[in-house]
Design a binder for this molecule. Structure first.
Ligand code: CMC
Length: 426
């Protein structure tokens, strides 16, 4: 194994280089502070691996995303969200029996404690669904005491199943509350995604028919969002969990982080931006704004911390727009604007030099809007799908014997020690 040498104040120190199964090697600096009295400084973690993980691998230069080794394109085409969830949680694809058992278990946890319905009524009707999600998911720990002991693997498993199963119910109820319609109870004879569609768009007054093409498209969107390595919300879940907090509280923390427009909130922001641009003739103006250093405007749904190539999820998303339009016999002029915006941006030297490509959020909003979701629900759907990734990463961390509380240090630039002055003398 190679070592990296560091010289500080005339003394040499050596740090081991660790290799994963694929991807850049890492310098193990765990002994750095003890030996040298130095910290590393890496705001935004642009050069820091925060943990060891066997779940998801991204090669940002090549535009590759693998879950447990399987390429995202293959999973999106051939798999289902339930199967990918099993894969992320357990490490291997399930047999037919294992998949059936897993689907059965998840469907038996979809109902919410009835008292949680009254909890919703405390929110304003115009509350953002993500505000409701943060509150309700955090509140689950007050309702499911029997699965909050994180030292018990069985309780961790039950909490994981509960979170994955209840998230569609929670998100659908947030929507129903905003439109003033009755909450719909889950139905176990429907698929995970079909059940979510019915709980969102069905009403008790009549039967709801799930359109198979829409169900498939939404299921695929869930697959595309299921996990993404150590992104901001996943790192938030891990950091919250590192203190021993219960899983419901940790996932609520992840939801809060996901909400921001630089992360999961970008899908809502991207469609709002496309609608604001309106027609292709206005694209140039927005491209110029995105390039202007003095203008805070950014092309939403463009750029990524890790991908310096086309986000493989955006490729699948673009095709899915066409599938959904065809199935629903609809179209949306905003899709044409998006395609032209992408073409113009990709041929512009600014975007080429900075390696800015469409990300997963660029096209997803067009699909969700065609299905009937309001823009405010987009990030809630991202949270629903990412829950399995958060839960799998949290479980991986808790099961790791080397796990420690996450406690970064800082470069302090404030005042040094000084004497307190009583208010009358200031
Ligand atoms: N439009 C215009 N310029 C951009 C954009 C953009 N969307 N993204 C990055 N840049 C520029 C940025 O101004 C900077 O230029 P300079 O080097 O001259 O200062 C350079 O590219 C690097 O940007 P950065 O902000 O330092 O890069 P980052 O890795 O910290 O940020 C990002 C990544 C995703 C936050 C950023 O690209 C962004 O804000 N994109 C728009 C929001 C978005 O679509 N987010 C969804 C990400 S994918 C889904 C998810 O993970 O949640």
């Amino acid at each position: 194994m190679a070592n990296v040498k560091l010289t500080s104040e005339g003394k040499d120190f050596e740090y081991p280089v660790l290799s994963g199964s694929v991807g850049p090697d890492v310098v193990d600096i765990r002994k750095l502070y003890g030996q040298t009295g130095l910290f590393t400084f890496d705001p935004g973690f642009t050069s820091t691996a925060s943990c060891e993980s066997a779940l998801t691998y991204i090669d940002g230069d090549e535009g590759i995303l693998l879950h447990r080794g399987y390429p995202i394109g293959q999973l999106a085409e051939h798999s289902s969200f339930m199967e990918v969830s099993y894969l992320l949680l357990n490490g291997e694809l399930p047999s037919q029996d294992e998949l059936g058992q897993f689907e059965y278990t998840i469907s038996r946890h979809t109902m919410l404690h009835e008292q949680l319905a009254t909890f919703y009524r405390g929110f304003r009707r115009d509350a953002h669904p993500m505000a409701i999600m943060c509150g309700v998911v955090g509140a689950l720990s007050a309702f499911y005491h029997d699965s909050t002991d994180i030292s018990d693997p069985m309780q961790r498993k039950i909490a994981s199943h509960r979170l994955i199963a209840k998230m569609p119910t929670i998100a659908a109820m947030a929507y129903k509350y905003s439109v003033g319609q009755p909450f719909m109870y889950p139905r176990n004879d429907l698929s995970y995604t079909g059940n979510f569609l019915r709980m969102t768009f069905g009403v008790p007054a009549e039967e709801y028919e799930v359109i198979p093409e829409v169900e498939k498209a939404l299921d695929r969107i869930f697959i595309l969002h299921a996990d993404h390595e150590q992104n901001a919300s996943t790192s938030t879940v891990r950091l919250a969990g590192s203190s021993g907090a219960n899983p419901f509280a940790c996932i609520a923390a992840g939801i809060a982080c996901l909400w921001g427009p630089a992360h999961g909130g970008a899908n809502e922001a991207a469609l709002n931006m496309l609608r604001e641009i309106g027609t292709p003739d206005r694209i140039k103006h927005y491209i110029e704004r995105a390039k202007d250093k003095n203008d805070p405007f950014r092309l939403m749904g463009f750029g990524h911390r890790v991908y310096k190539n086309y986000d493989p999820r955006a490729t699948v998303m673009q095709q899915t727009v066409r599938d959904v339009f065809k199935a629903l016999k609809v179209t949306d002029p905003v899709f044409e604007t998006a395609l032209q915006l992408e073409e113009i941006a990709l041929s512009d030297p600014y975007f080429a030099e900075k390696k800015l490509f469409p990300n997963v959020d660029f096209y997803s909003g067009i699909i969700l809007s065609a299905i009937g979701f309001p823009t405010t629900m987009f990030t809630a759907l991202f949270a629903l799908a990412r829950t399995v990734g958060w839960v799998a990463q949290w479980n991986e961390m808790i099961s790791d014997p080397g796990q420690k509380i996450g406690r970064p240090r800082q470069l302090y630039t404030g005042p040094t020690q000084r004497e307190y002055v009583p208010v009358a003398q200031r």
